[in-house]
Design a protein around this ligand. Structure first.
Ligand code: FCB
Length: 414
């Protein structure tokens, strides 16, 4: 196995989190939100105060990269306001600790959350969000440019826009507002274009900045081959969530705004009687077991799809690729280890075929606040016991396994 799972020189083997899910003490549209399990994000993993310890966990894992968010709502309390220095310094300290641990940061600028004044102004439905985001970027990027060269402007614009305006899962919980969905994607694509110019012109202390988005990629299908309605729904989903979004961000000359494309890959959603047969879509585990669907606590697994999407993106856009997220949530750690192995094999296979993939970020470093599902989904390489007020961390067997992968990869690179 070790032979198969070696990666090229300078390959980033990392892990990922997002501010609302781990930091705690955030004031954004999630602060008052109560998830299906009764959980809320007010404390989360308290990474806000415990980041030094969490960097140590990363060092123990042996990862050489960390995809982390910077929370806009912490830094700008009003439109076009100067950045909050104290909060900025906290992030700078985190970045410095990562540097000491030889961990390369990839910074995400938008991960499903906004400052309250953006929300009050209509969120991303309003064209005003675009210049506000560009202003924030213009103030933030020069302060970090000596510490950060990998910039991920938007995390999964597709997931964000669909859960806010189509599926009703994220605040403001609207359903089937197709025009709103499209508008949000268009505004985010516009903001990405403009922010990418800002990042480019800010330059970087040592190396040229890299700029990209993280696109969620889900395969859609029909559970029964000849179920026409299910096929139609799969086709519409593919067009809406995949094709339309890629066109907005990468169509024509827009592609030039990005120097890489990030892929968040979890798997497959197949429809049966117009319902997705995945736990994240509400299907019951017993029903899925009966249907023979292999899934984690969220999506149907489809490791081969990772190779397919990487090859397809490589052919289509010719950009360097990062797997900006992949992981599995399950109580069964052997299942998670098998899942990780299968996906890394696919990634390695794609690289062998000439795909320029430069990194893999396991979702997630810690068990955390999984949006609508609260604390019920265990994605962490390091587990967190949320029933204990001290939020103790513990290395999982998946973490031990990933450490082995990181160590093996290192033998090649150094
Ligand atoms: C992705 C999100 C991330 C997390 C994982 C499980 O869609 O980017 O925040 O919720 O799914």
């Amino acid at each position: 196995m070790a032979g198969v799972l070696k990666f090229p020189d300078n390959f980033l083997l990392g892990t990922a989190t997002s501010p609302t899910q781990v930091e705690g003490h955030v004031v954004n549209e999630w602060t008052d939100y109560v998830a299906a399990d009764g959980g809320h994000c007010r404390m989360a993993c308290n990474h806000y105060h415990r980041y030094a310890e969490d960097v140590e966990w990363m060092a123990q894992l042996g990862v050489n990269a960390y995809r982390m968010g910077i929370e806009w709502s912490r830094l700008q309390s009003a439109p076009y306001a100067p950045l909050n220095q104290k909060e900025l310094e906290r992030y700078i300290d985190l970045l410095d600790q990562l540097k000491t641990a030889s961990i390369t940061p990839m910074v995400v600028l938008h991960h499903f959350s906004n400052p309250p004044w953006v929300t009050a102004g209509g969120g991303w439905l309003s064209p005003a969000a675009v210049p506000a985001f560009v202003d924030y970027t213009t103030k933030l990027v020069p302060t970090l440019k000596d510490r950060v060269w990998l910039w991920n402007t938007f995390n999964e614009p597709d997931t964000y826009a669909s859960l806010t305006y189509l599926l009703g899962g994220f605040p403001p919980f609207h359903k089937w507002h197709f025009m709103s969905y499209r508008k949000v994607i268009k505004h985010m694509a516009e903001a990405h274009m403009r922010a990418s110019r800002v990042i480019r012109s800010a330059g970087n202390g040592g190396r040229t900045p890299e700029i990209g988005i993280a696109k969620n990629w889900t395969f859609f299908g029909a559970f029964q081959k000849f179920a026409l309605w299910d096929q139609l729904l799969a086709g519409i989903s593919h067009h809406t969530f995949n094709r339309f979004v890629l066109k907005q961000f990468f169509g024509g000359r827009r592609r030039e705004a990005s120097t890489f494309l990030g892929v968040n890959y979890y798997g497959l959603a197949r429809f049966k009687n117009l319902q997705p047969t995945v736990p994240a879509g509400g299907a019951r585990p017993e029903q899925l077991a009966q249907l023979g669907v292999v899934c984690d606590d969220m999506f149907e697994r489809h490791p081969g799809g990772l190779g397919t999407v990487l090859r397809d993106f490589h052919r289509r856009y010719g950009l360097p690729l990062y797997v900006t997220e992949h992981g599995a949530a399950a109580a069964d750690e052997d299942f998670r280890i098998r899942d990780l192995t299968a996906h890394l094999r696919e990634l390695r296979g794609a690289i062998n075929d000439g795909v320029d993939a430069r990194g893999f970020f396991y979702w997630s470093l810690l068990d955390n606040f999984e949006w609508q599902f609260g604390y019920s989904k265990k994605f962490g390489l390091v587990s967190v016991d949320f029933s204990d007020g001290t939020l103790p961390r513990r290395m999982t067997r998946v973490g031990e396994f990933y450490r082995g992968i990181c160590r093996t990869a290192r033998e090649v690179t150094h």
